[in-house]
Ligand binder design. Sequence first.
Ligand SMILES: [Fe+2]
Ligand SMILES: [Fe+2]
Length: 161
Amino acid sequence: MRYPGSSLVVTTKGAGRMAYIDWTECLKVGHRFMDQDHERMVACLNQLVEALVGDIDELAGVSRHHAIEGAFASLRAVTEAHFRHEEAAMAVQQYPELAIHKAQHDALLAQLRTASDPLHSPAAGASIQFAIRFWREWFEYHVENYDVALADWLLASTRTE
Ligand SMILES: [Fe+2]
Ligand SMILES: [Fe+2]
């Protein structure tokens, strides 16, 4: 199966390929488990992009199809685990915005589910690329507009316990 991944823009710098999304200070929320989970999620997204557009020789004998499937499954699993993690913390601390925050999480999971359905179809490459872009935009927006506030709340709540 051919994955037309070349339209995903992954800039190169020197001999190496730059990450699709960089783990930078801008993405940190200052809460330990959230930052650790987020860093892992970003690494998974970069691995998925690498599986999609990377040099096939670098994939150590694994077919591109299997590399993409594995990386996509990892991204979904790590993303879901993180959401359960945040939602459990919100429930314990009785976070007032739990419902709206969880609805954001659910929207991304629904998007990832629809992208994973047609993995064997001829349109799989375009579907995965859409999911990658959606994930990245969703993540950057969600961290800035939801997770920063949650991190502050969790830190304040545990400080006053
Ligand atoms: Fe998060
Ligand atoms: Fe969140």
